[in-house]
Design a protein around this ligand. Structure first.
Ligand code: PLP
Length: 433
């Protein structure tokens, strides 16, 4: 099959004259896979239709939030009801309470929640809170982890920053960057060294408990436990950035899955059912550092937007009702795809690694195991681009970058998963090894 993209191509030609690079988020650009982006028209369940009328099976899922697939009826009906009641209040409303209560009920250790409008705002505010509470300036993040695009967190970031190859973004001052220290993912000793040298200056450690933004890299045994212990030892706050893992790895996110409690955690997209939402959550003693109780300022006109709140509440309630069998089924589909690809590549001696956990996986074009940014960055991105193009042409949407996750939703049928495996095997045979 060779799909025709004429309408997408002409839309993109217009887009580049109106929007930098034609996209409102660099990860949507197809530059690294030598193509022009597909312009979506509509989506339902596991399918997306583009402006040329092509139909794809979608394994991007809006970069995670669409855990039930596109156009979930429960979410849609909550949104439709709210539209008649009001789309924006800029004032307290009951929908905020419902969503906050849901998060408090299911995420271990969480007592209070502050709503924002994106994952970026959530992590930016969480580190401000940590700095305010500890009266310390430095923070630690891990190379290849992505926490949104606030200045302090762009240092050595994954996702689009890694895809575009801009580790030190112009516009972030040297002074800001120097307060962000970088450790190696899955290497607790590298964090220990930073604490040994700067322990009294470190306000917090922020980590993706499962790294999703250098591609999927699960934590090795003991890694998260070591971070927890070091933070406690040195009086630094531990922040789990659960923008990807939250309500996806398990209902209670990575904290439930790994049995480790962070001091603060951040959630994004998935808690809005596809609408723009994020939140900072954690123990009362820390959360009450935020104004108006405490003096760490944090605000937002659209924070707690009622449409986003009811969408999120509908989605999280549905997840809660579905229970652990739901998560087991997502993981089963994901591991079916991952293990099928692993077996096929082993038989053909293709040098790839397949990392999977829960409902996310990444196929890395590397002969070596991928456990941190050093190993992820050695992947062959040209081979990935060949694979991506074949998958697109076969009608499968995956992120146009080696350094992202493939997302499985409840809308993916076993047939979708088998078709994905078949297409991926054909695509892999066409890669110039
Ligand atoms: N943190 C993580 C782990 C993410 O994956 C992302 C985005 O993908 C963010 C933070 C930033 O969220 P947003 O794009 O909503 O600002």
């Amino acid at each position: 099959m060779t799909l025709v993209h004429n309408n997408s191509v002409s839309a993109f030609q217009k887009a580049v004259t109106l929007i930098p690079g034609g996209v409102n988020s660099p990860v949507r650009a197809f530059g690294n896979v030598n193509d022009t982006p597909v312009f979506y028209d509509h989506a339902r369940g596991s399918k997306v239709w583009d402006v040329d009328g092509n139909c794809y099976t979608d394994f991007i899922c809006s970069w995670g939030p669409l855990i039930f697939g596109a156009g979930d009826e429960t979410v849609l009906s909550a949104v439709k009801q709210q539209l008649d009641k009001g789309v924006s209040f800029g004032a307290p409303c009951m929908a905020e309470l419902q969503l906050a209560q849901k998060i408090v009920d299911v995420v271990p250790g969480v007592e209070e929640v502050r709503m924002v409008s994106s994952g970026t705002e959530a992590t930016m505010s969480a580190i401000r809170l940590a700095r305010g509470l500890t009266q310390r300036n430095k923070i630690v993040k891990f190379a290849g982890n992505y926490h949104g695009h606030s200045d302090s967190l762009l240092v050595s970031a994954g996702s689009g920053v890694a895809t575009c190859g801009i580790p030190d973004t112009p516009g972030v001052t040297a002074a800001t960057a120097s307060d962000t220290m970088v450790a190696r993912y899955n290497d607790a000793a590298s964090l220990e060294e930073l604490f040994a040298a700067h322990g009294n200056d470190i306000a917090c450690v922020i980590v993706e408990p499962v790294s999703g933004n250098m591609g999927v890299v699960p934590p090795e045994k003991g890694f998260l436990e070591s971070i927890r212990a070091l933070c406690t030892q040195y009086g630094a706050l531990l922040i789990f950035d659960e923008v990807i893992t939250g309500f996806r790895l398990a209902l209670g996110g990575a904290q439930e899955y790994f049995g480790i409690e962070a001091d603060l955690c951040t959630f994004g997209k998935i808690i809005g059912g596809g609408f723009p939402v994020g939140c900072i959550a954690g123990k009362r003693q820390f959360m009450e550092g935020f104004a108006p109780v405490g003096s760490v300022y944090q605000a937002g006109t659209l924070s707690g937007n009622p449409v986003a709140m009811v969408a999120g509440y509908a989605q999280l309630s549905k997840l809660q009702q579905a229970g652990s069998v739901f998560y087991d089924e997502l993981a089963r589909k994901c591991s079916f795809i991952a293990s099928s690809l692993r077996t096929f590549c082993a038989e053909h001696e293709f040098p790839v690694q397949v990392n999977n956990i829960g409902s996310v996986f990444t196929l890395f074009f590397s002969s070596q195991p991928v456990c941190n940014w050093d190993s992820a960055s050695r992947c062959n991105t040209k081979q990935f681009a060949h694979y991506f193009s074949s998958m697109l042409d076969a009608g499968f949407l995956i992120a146009p970058s080696q350094f992202e996750s493939v997302f499985i939703s409840a809308a993916h049928t076993q047939e979708d998963c088998e078709a994905f495996v078949e297409a991926a095997c054909r695509a892999l045979q066409r890669v110039p090894w």
